[in-house]
Design a protein around this ligand. Structure first.
Ligand code: SPD
Length: 367
């Protein structure tokens, strides 16, 4: 009996060796394209250990960059992470594969209210799994802003960075704006009392004129550099994403460098988004993509990510695993009054899209 057992073992080992030489046991791969600074350090490693799937992980820091790759086709990615309004437009031109929810047993862990909100961009939640939700607000260095603008600095208002007089003064200690027309135009329109989702070209003319007044005082336009620069005290204000600015706050605390950064959602209101996972139509590793999506919807896995990146997730059962500083942070989970002031972006007509891109280039290049 034991001889048969030994023989079976030896034969199996031989078959495995032969298979790996002839390529019959194919390695399983998964290609993911996500935002930078948007995952916990061990998320991918743990997934690879659990599943044996090898992940190739790449990052971007703008929806525009992701979109141009998706539109060109053959990205080579199995999972990508657009923001809600971008997904809506991309889905309309057939870029994604509909989700087969029967392959996603953990889908039931998602918050139904958030799914309903996301369904405004993705009817029936056909293509996307909500990953994180967030706001675009102001990160500021408390001491430098006070030193530059005095005790009455309007830190609760977009006036801080969108009033040219204030921005001129703040330019002495460094100002960063997101390099994202689809963020900055709606923010400026809203500040000017216009519809942030306006489809009226005249409104974009007004916003462009206003941005041209601000442009000389913006140190740089970039969508990720501001995290380190705020944390090190190299800039004093940034228009940026909630979690990224909170990462700057945490980094400054850890460095113990006396840099005191805060994040604020201005009283005039701000953009709120979902960033979502979706599978491009030409993805090759579909089973692996579903395995990863299921893994992401495990309460402990997604809570670890939120604890690390300071963004709110959409898994209801993640609550017990969230750190108190995340769970009780009103900049991450805003209170009802703040939620009322948030607005979501709609997709623009191609005419307005073009106008926005042209006007953005003009603002950035005219100094
Ligand atoms: N570092 C992660 C940043 C994620 C930001 N996504 C924002 C999308 C808003 N358009």
């Amino acid at each position: 009996m034991s001889n048969i057992f030994l023989w079976l073992k030896a034969t199996t080992a031989l078959i495995l060796v032969l298979c790996s030489f002839t390529g019959l046991t194919k390695d399983r791969h998964l290609y993911i394209y996500n935002w930078s600074s948007y995952i916990a350090p061990d998320t991918i490693i743990n997934f690879e250990k659990q599943t044996g799937i090898k992940v190739v992980y790449d990052v971007f820091d703008s929806n525009e960059v992701l979109e141009s790759k998706l539109m060109a086709g053959n990205t080579g990615f199995d999972l990508v992470v657009p923001s809600d309004s971008f997904l809506e437009r991309q889905a309309k031109v057939g870029i994604f594969t509909p989700l087969d929810k029967s392959q996603l047993p953990n889908y039931q862990n998602l918050d139904e209210n958030l799914l309903k909100m996301l369904a405004k961009h993705d009817p029936d939640n056909r293509y996307a799994i909500p990953y994180m939700w967030l706001t675009t607000g102001i990160g500021y260095n408390v001491d430098q802003v006070k030193k530059t603008l005095g005790d009455d600095a309007p830190v609760d208002s977009w006036d801080l960075v969108l009033n040219p007089d204030n921005l001129q003064k703040l330019s002495r200690c460094g100002v960063a704006f997101l390099d994202a027309p689809t963020e900055i135009f709606p923010t400026v329109l809203n500040y000017l009392g216009l519809d942030p989702n306006s489809q009226n070209p005249d409104d974009y003319k007004k916003a462009t004129e206003h941005l041209s007044k601000l442009r000389p005082f913006v140190t740089y336009f970039h969508s990720s550099k501001f995290i380190n620069d705020l944390a090190n005290g190299d800039i004093c204000v940034a228009i940026g994403w909630s979690g990224d600015i909170m990462q700057a706050i945490a980094a400054a605390k850890e460095a113990n460098n006396n840099v005191n950064v805060k994040y604020y959602i201005p009283k005039e209101g701000a953009i709120a988004y979902f960033d979502v996972f979706a599978i491009p139509k030409d993805a090759e590793n579909i089973d692996e993509a579903y395995a990863f999506l299921n893994y992401l919807m495990e309460p402990q896995v997604i809570a670890d990510i939120s604890n690390h990146v300071f963004y709110a997730n959409a898994v209801t059962t993640a609550g017990p695993y969230l750190d108190d500083q995340i769970k009780n942070n009103s900049a991450i989970y805003p209170d009802a009054a703040t939620m009322d002031k948030l607005f979501s972006l709609q997709i623009m007509s191609p005419k307005i899209e073009k106008l926005m891109t042209r006007s953005w280039t003009k603002v950035l290049t005219d100094r």
